[in-house]
Structure formats: C-alpha cells, structure tokens
Write a protein that binds this ligand. Structure first.
Ligand code: PMP
Length: 405
C-alpha cells in the first residue's frame, strides 16, 4: 500500500491521535485494532436512530434491524467464502467460538482415550477450552512442537497424528511470532488421520484473504475487534451439516423451535447457537468493518504489514542489542527482547514517546516457556501503520538503550 494511501487511512481513525492531537504510534493492533470512523458511525446509527431489537418486533424498525443483522451475517459469509450465511454463527469473540466448539462438538464427539492436537504457540483461548474438555471427557492433549524459526512443525505433527486424534486446533497466524500456518497442509494431515481441524483465525482474518473452501478446515473462528470492528462480537464458521449435527450449548430465547415442559426442540443452525438477544449493533458495525478492509484488499494489507514487520526486524537487528523471535517472513507482528531491559520497562519508556507496544506473555505462557523468556515485547502493525511508526519505535528503543546504558 502506498504511503499516501496509508496517510489518508490514518485520518480515518480518530483513535490514532493523543488527546493533545499528536500522532499516537499504535503498535498493538494484534491485541485490538483501532476503529475507522465508518465503523464508529455505523455503530452510532445502529444504537441511535435505527435502534430496535431483532427477530421479534412486529413493527417496522425491528424488521429493518433484523434485515441489518442478517445482512451482516451474509456479508461475513461472503467475506470468508462460506457456502451459505447459515454457516455463520455470531459469538462474543474467538474465545467464545472455541468454547462453543469444545462444549458442543467436543462434548458430543470425544471419548476417554481420544486425543486433541494443539501446538506450542497457541493462545490460551485455544488451550484452556480443550483442557476443560479433556478433563470432562477423559481425552488427552498432545502438543505439536515448533520449527527453529517459530512455525508449527507440520512434519512433526504428521508423525504424531494417530487415528485416536479427533481434533487438531491451531492458530492460523501466531499472535506472538506472526508466523503463518500452512493451513491447507494442516487440513490434509488432520483429515488424513480422521480428525477435524479448527483454525484460530484471530490474527489471520484482519490480515489475509480467507476462503473457507480453499482452506478446507472444519471450524474457523475470529474476533470482530481485531478486524477493525467492535468488541463483543466474533464469528464461528463451520459447514452447515457439521453445525446441524451439533447439540446446543447455551439455552434460552431465540435458539428454540418449540418449548414445553414435556420437552423442547431447537432451531436449526445458526440460531441454535445464538441463545438470547444477540449483538445487534456489533454485527452491524462488523459489517461496516468488513466493507472497509475489503475495499483495501486483504492481500494488499498482508503485503503492507509484513513489509513493515521486515523493516522493523532489520532495524532491531541493526542495534545488536535485540533478540528476535519468530520467522523473518511473517504477518505484521514482531516479538523481541532488548538485552538487559525488561519488556515492561521498555513499554513504559515507549509510552512516554507516544509509542504503544505490548509487553508480556501475550496469553501464550507455554510459548514463553518454549522461548525461555517470561515475556516479550511485541510490535504489531495494522492497515494504518507506516514507516513513521517503525521510526518512532526505533527512536524509543535508542532512548531506552541510552537510559539503561
Ligand atoms: N487467539 C489469538 C491468536 C488471539 O490473538 C486472541 C486475542 N489476543 C484470541 C485467540 C482471543 O480473542 P478474543 O479475546 O477476542 O476472544
């Protein structure tokens, strides 16, 4: 993406300024993305003059809102290459999507002795729900190791998979290392063993063009707030037949067919998995966010952000005071450690320079253990990031190095 395009894009994001109106170098997009004005406006309209609940009212406003909510589902389906909007379940976020699959599909399909394959770089949201499921069902968890440069080692996975594996659950893009999974190979390995594949697409959906048919996974999850939309909404995708075979996980209004004390029957998916009043305004704002990123083109975003990541790595390496984690070619996420400086101290000094990075374990404690560090510093880029952000990061790092001698 050209610098002029990014400059004009920065102006779309009111969150990229400090309260004093100075440039704020936001390098924490992997945690949550800033929102373009178009998303803020869509949310504000939905909460204001368009507001009513969905699926129930006999009045026109509610009917209109229902159309808006369902149009968002259709837009998500189109965005990720789903066959039908019935394959799109709105959830609170990726975390809830994974918990839904673990509870519903996992509860119905796992037996004592069955195995679940995860990897060493997973986010806690793609570990803990499976641990809870394993405790409940007597299933066991295996951890696929990483390659030297921080990718999921699919050669190792190939030799570890057995017919006892019922599920493989992997990050499509690592939130710490930025490494991109060869998802097609992961799908073919999982399916070769007779297992289902869940992809955690939290970091991929905002950065890569997605096509569920080409990926050939079984479940895909992502969060709205990481793709420039609001918090409180996310997406679970699965093929209709798979969703159809899954029992409900939460009970309440909107997910039923008929309720009586003699017994209740359930709505077909996706409604079966959307108990209660849904995230109406969030869905409408997510629609606006998807329109926004789609207009730029996801391939363009990937190239733009990974070029920034490569430049940041080169500049960090030039200091001779940095350990870099993760592969050289990655999505727009860079994790590193500065010699003799705790990541939290670095984060605090950078904050004084209007540079926001993430410092910590990034909800990936097993990965920190693998890397042999308690925490890393992480700079993550978004569609609005440019070289001025990398320069500001490097100025802050030089200053930190001077302070720490
Ligand atoms: N997986 C990955 C790879 C993530 O980066 C995150 C968010 N940091 C999550 C899962 C969880 O997403 P959420 O908190 O939006 O549910």
């Amino acid at each position: 993406m050209s610098e002029t395009l990014v400059t004009s894009r920065k102006q779309d994001f009111p969150g990229l300024l400090t309260p004093e109106g100075e440039a704020w170098h936001y390098l924490d997009t992997a945690a949550s993305a800033q929102k373009p004005q178009a998303v803020i406006d869509a949310m504000s309209r939905a909460l204001g003059r368009d507001y009513a609940t969905v699926h129930r009212g006999v009045y026109n406003r509610s009917a209109q809102m229902t159309l808006g909510y369902e149009a968002a589902r259709k837009r998500v389906a189109e965005f990720i290459g789903a066959k039908s909007e019935n394959e799109i379940v709105f959830v609170r976020g990726a975390t809830e999507g994974i918990n839904l699959v673990a509870e519903s599909w996992g509860g119905a399909n796992l037996q004592p002795g069955d195995r679940i394959m995860l990897s060493a770089l997973e986010h806690h949201s793609n570990i803990v729900p499976w641990q809870l499921l394993a405790e409940r069902t007597g299933a066991e968890i295996d951890v696929c190791p990483l390659t030297e440069d921080g990718r999921i080692d699919l050669d190792a996975m190939e030799s570890m998979l057995t017919e006892r594996h019922k599920l493989v659950a992997l990050a499509h893009v690592s939130n710490v290392l930025g490494s991109v999974l060869d998802a097609k190979r992961a799908a073919s390995l999982a399916h070769g063993a007779g297992a289902k594949l869940l992809l955690d697409g939290c970091q991929a959906a905002p950065r890569m063009a997605l096509d569920m048919q080409a990926l050939d996974c079984d479940f895909y999850v992502f969060s709205g707030h990481k793709i420039y939309g609001p918090t409180g909404i996310g997406v679970l995708w699965a093929r209709e037949a798979l969703l159809e075979a899954m029992p409900p996980w939460q009970g309440g209004g909107a997910m039923i067919d008929k309720v009586s004390f003699a017994g209740t029957t359930y709505a077909p998916p996706p409604q079966r998995f959307e108990a209660g009043t849904p995230m109406i305004t969030e869905a409408i704002a997510l629609h606006a966010a998807i329109d926004y990123v789609s207009a730029l083109g996801l391939d363009t975003l990937f190239d733009h952000e990974s070029a920034l990541a490569a430049n940041a790595r080169a500049a960090l390496r030039d200091t001779n005071k940095v350990t870099l984690f993760g592969p050289d070619k990655s999505a727009g996420i860079v994790s590193f450690a500065l010699d003799g400086v705790h990541p939290h101290d670095l984060g605090t000094i950078l904050d004084e320079e209007n540079v926001a990075i993430r410092a910590g374990h990034h909800c990936a404690q097993p990965l920190m253990e693998h890397l042999g560090v308690p925490a890393t510093a992480r700079a993550s880029f978004g569609l609005y990031s440019d070289e001025s952000d990398v320069d500001a990061l490097m100025r802050g790092i030089e200053r930190t190095l001077r302070i720490f001698g």
